[in-house]
Design a binder for this molecule. Structure first.
Ligand SMILES: C=CC1=C(C)c2cc3[nH]c(cc4nc(cc5[nH]c(cc1n2)c(C)c5CCC(=O)O)C(CCC(=O)O)=C4C)c(C)c3C=C
Ligand SMILES: [Fe+2]
Ligand SMILES: [Fe+2]
Length: 336
């Protein structure tokens, strides 16, 4: 019998997932996996699956593919979400290798939908001997539609293992002081590069069907916690701070106010110089680079606004990595 090898710790950074390419079939494959998850679409399967297969997956891939094409290769190669997540994992690995944790965990990154999958990365970590794994869902605000689905995929992968690793999952961090300070600093650094003085900061979060919140998803409260802490941190930096929700999908009511309505009403109220920030996204992606920076810029200008700028997400910036290091170090206590 082989002697057991030295126990090892693994860290797995996880984000939502993204298509492999912008063509119809690549986007369709991604949307099919994502929108088949019953946590993402809570409607009964008998009702949703025909709508998904007959309507959504015949029409949406072309539309979404166009949005993806407009931001493809914008940050590194291919999907910005994938490029940024990979860069975050690389910097985390370097930070770990520099001895910042005492122990030397092995760092990996994966995607909840699409590639590289959580199952593949857990197999890789356990194959090299990791018997303790820290899962890091890169969602600052908890939602069953995002954070919980990461747990689901992790547990599904563990179901197939004879020897399971011990697990820890980093909790959501909506008002963590290091996160809020990183966001505030990223706003200040960005505002310092602008050729105009912002009169309004709009803080836009990804939306959620209102019915999910009514049934107990704590996401809206966690978005409000982030917004309140960030607005307090920036009280001396910008006059008016507003909050809204973007990315509505389908016809049901989602969390309000909608970002598209908000940018138009701000412009109509006479706000000329708008900066938008999206602190719910740990990485820039189609939602920030296309929906916020392209689509909503257009709405704002059409309604009479003049200057419009989008703060980059924390990504793998110094501030962004400080949040990841802080949470990893905190959650590995007792293991390292
Ligand atoms: C019912 C549908 C959706 C829910 C609920 C939802 C929640 C949700 N999503 C994010 C983060 C991201 N979503 C992204 C893309 C995206 N989201 C939906 C639908 C729902 N999201 C779709 C259909 C798409 C694909 C793009 C499109 O077709 O419009 C992304 C970006 C992925 C990328 O590749 O760039 C992120 C990130 C959160 C935080 C959230 C929680 C409420
Ligand atoms: Fe989404
Ligand atoms: Fe969107």
């Amino acid at each position: 019998m082989n002697a057991p090898s030295e126990p090892k710790i693994g860290i797995l950074l996880v984000n939502l997932g993204t298509p492999d390419a912008t063509d119809f079939w690549s986007v369709r494959r991604y949307l099919k996996e994502f929108l088949s998850d019953p946590r993402v679409i809570e409607a009964p399967r008998w009702l949703w699956l025909p709508i998904l297969n007959l309507i959504v997956l015949t029409t949406r891939p072309a539309r979404s593919g166009k949005a993806y094409a407009s931001i493809w290769n914008r940050i590194g190669e291919g999907s910005p979400l994938r490029a940024v997540t990979q860069a975050q994992a690389k910097k985390l690995a370097a930070w770990v290798a520099a001895g910042n944790l005492g122990a030397q965990p092995i760092t990996e990154w994966g995607m909840r939908y699409g590639k590289p999958s959580i199952a593949e990365k857990l197999d890789r970590l356990t194959a090299v001997g990791c018997d303790r794994i820290l899962i890091f869902p890169l969602y600052p605000q908890y939602s069953a539609t995002t954070t919980a689905t990461v747990g689901d995929a992790v547990f599904a992968a563990l179901e197939k293992m004879r020897v399971q690793p011990a697990l820890r999952i980093v909790p959501a961090y909506p008002d963590d002081p290091v996160y809020i300070a990183a966001l505030a600093q990223s706003y200040r650094d960005f505002a310092g590069t602008l050729s105009f003085v912002p009169d309004t900061l709009l803080v836009s979060f990804h939306g959620l069907p209102q019915s999910y919140a009514d049934r107990g998803d704590p996401y809206p409260q966690q978005c409000t916690a982030t917004f309140t802490a960030l607005a307090a941190a920036l009280a001396n930096d910008v006059k008016l701070t507003k909050m809204s929700f973007q990315s509505r999908f389908g016809r049901a009511e989602w969390l309000k106010p909608y970002t598209a309505d908000m940018v138009q009403s701000l412009a109509r109220e006479g706000r000329k110089n708008l900066v938008v920030m999206a602190p719910g996204f740990a990485a820039d992606c189609v939602e920030t680079l296309e929906e916020i920076d392209i689509e909503n810029r257009h709405f704002f200008r059409e309604a009479g606004g003049v200057n419009y700028a989008t703060v980059p997400c924390l990504n793998d910036s110094v501030e962004g990595m400080s949040v990841i290091y802080h949470l990893v170090a905190r959650e590995l206590q007792g293991w390292t």
